[in-house]
Write a protein that binds this ligand. Structure first.
Ligand SMILES: Cc1cc2nc3c(=O)[nH]c(=O)nc-3n(C[C@H](O)[C@H](O)[C@H](O)COP(=O)(O)OP(=O)(O)OC[C@H]3O[C@@H](n4cnc5c(N)ncnc54)[C@H](O)[C@@H]3O)c2cc1C
Length: 280
C-alpha cells in the first residue's frame, strides 16, 4: 500500500455547481501526484478551527494539472452540503487553507480490467466516477504510472431527485462515454430510478462489470440486480469515518466471507468492495 501524507492545502477555487453542491480545488501536490481514481482524502478545517473536530472523507473528483508542464498540483472534490463541515466548506475562499491527508483506500484499482463498464451513481455518488471513466477511456491518467486497461465501452447511469441536483454532467458528457440521466420527478433525463436504467443496459450484449456509488437503498438494489444476473458488481461505500487510515475502526463494514459474517474497515479495505460480500 502506498503511504499517505498530510498537507496544508490552499484553496484554488470553490464554487457552486448545482443545488447544495460545490466543487473545490485544493493545492496539494504530494496528494495530487499519487491519488488514483476511487481513492479518497480526509479533510479538516485549518487555522485552529476544531469544530467539527473530526475530518471528513471526500472522493477524488479530478486532479488539477499545470497547463505548462502537466504536473499534478492539486485535487478537486465535489461535495454536497449535508451538515456541519460541508456547510463551513462553502465559506472557504481561494487562498485559505484546509488540512488534507491521503491518498486513502483501495480505489477502483480493486476492480479487474473490464471491457464494458456500467457505472451507476445516485445523489452525490457520481463524484468518484469522473476520474475513473476518464482513465478507463484513456482521456486522463492519474498517479505515477500510465495505466493501459482501457474499456471498450463505459456507460454512466446517473440519478438524482431532480435536475437541479445533477452536478458536473458537462464533464461526463465530454468524455467518450454514454451518459444516461434519471430523475425521480422527470425534470431531466428519464423519470424513474437509476437502477431501472441500469437494468436495461444489462439486457444489452456485453461483458458488463457494474460499479455503484450512492445511497444505500440504491446500492442494495444494485447488489440484488447483479446477483440475480450473475454480473460482477463493485460498490464504493460512503460510510462515515473519523481517521481514514484504519486506526479508529469507526467505519466497520459487515461482509460475508466463506459463509460467515466478518468486518472490514471501509477506509483500508474499501471504499470499493465486491458487492457479493457486502452485508446491508
Ligand atoms: C470514501 C468516502 C467518499 C466520500 N466522497 C464524498 C464526495 O465526493 N462528496 C460528498 O459530498 N460526500 C462524500 N462523502 C460523504 C461525506 O464524507 C459526508 O457527506 C460528510 O462527512 C458530511 O460531513 P458534514 O460535517 O457536512 O455532515 P455531518 O454533520 O457529519 O452529517 C450531516 C448528516 O449527514 C449524515 N451523514 C454524514 N455522512 C454520511 C454518510 N457518509 N452516509 C450517510 N449519512 C451521512 C449524518 O448522519 C447527518 O444526518 C464520502 C464519504 C466516504 C466514506
Amino acid at each position: 500500500m502506498q503511504a499517505w501524507s498530510v498537507e496544508e492545502a490552499t484553496v484554488l477555487w470553490n464554487r457552486p455547481v448545482a443545488r447544495d453542491t460545490w466543487r473545490m480545488a485544493l493545492q496539494a501536490p504530494r496528494l495530487a501526484d499519487r491519488i488514483r481514481p476511487g481513492q479518497f482524502l480526509m479533510l479538516r478545517l485549518a487555522n485552529g478551527r476544531s469544530d467539527p473536530l473530526l475530518a471528513r472523507p471526500y472522493a477524488l473528483y479530478d486532479v488539477v494539472r499545470l497547463g505548462s508542464t502537466g504536473d499534478a498540483i492539486g485535487v478537486e472534490i465535489v461535495y454536497l452540503v449535508v451538515g456541519k463541515q460541508t456547510r463551513l466548506l462553502t465559506e472557504l475562499r481561494p487562498g485559505e487553507t484546509a488540512v488534507v491527508w491521503g491518498p486513502l483506500g483501495n480505489g477502483f484499482d480493486a476492480i479487474p480490467p473490464a471491457r464494458h463498464l456500467l457505472l451507476v451513481a445516485g445523489g452525490i455518488g457520481q463524484t468518484p466516477f469522473y476520474a475513473f471513466a476518464a482513465e478507463r477511456t484513456g482521456v486522463r491518467h492519474y498517479g505515477a504510472e500510465q495505466r493501459t486497461e482501457l474499456a471498450e465501452a463505459v456507460v454512466l447511469c446517473y440519478g438524482a431527485r431532480s435536475s437541479d441536483l445533477l452536478a458536473c454532467v458537462d464533464d461526463f458528457s465530454r468524455l467518450p462515454i454514454e451518459v444516461v440521466l434519471c430523475t425521480d420527478d422527470g425534470s431531466a433525463g428519464r423519470r424513474g430510478l437509476v437502477t431501472e436504467a441500469a437494468a436495461e443496459w444489462l439486457d444489452r450484449p456485453g461483458n458488463w462489470v457494474v460499479v455503484g456509488c450512492g445511497p444505500e437503498p440504491m446500492l442494495r438494489a444494485l447488489q440484488q440486480l447483479c446477483g440475480r444476473r450473475g454480473v460482477p458488481c463493485y460498490l464504493s461505500l460512503e460510510v462515515p469515518m473519523a481517521c481514514g487510515f484504519g486506526a479508529c475502526f469507526s467505519c466497520a463494514v459487515p461482509v460475508r466471507l466463506g459463509g460467515a459474517v466478518d468486518y472490514r474497515r471501509c477506509c483500508l479495505d474499501g471504499p470499493v468492495f465486491d458487492a457479493s460480500e457486502v452485508v446491508f
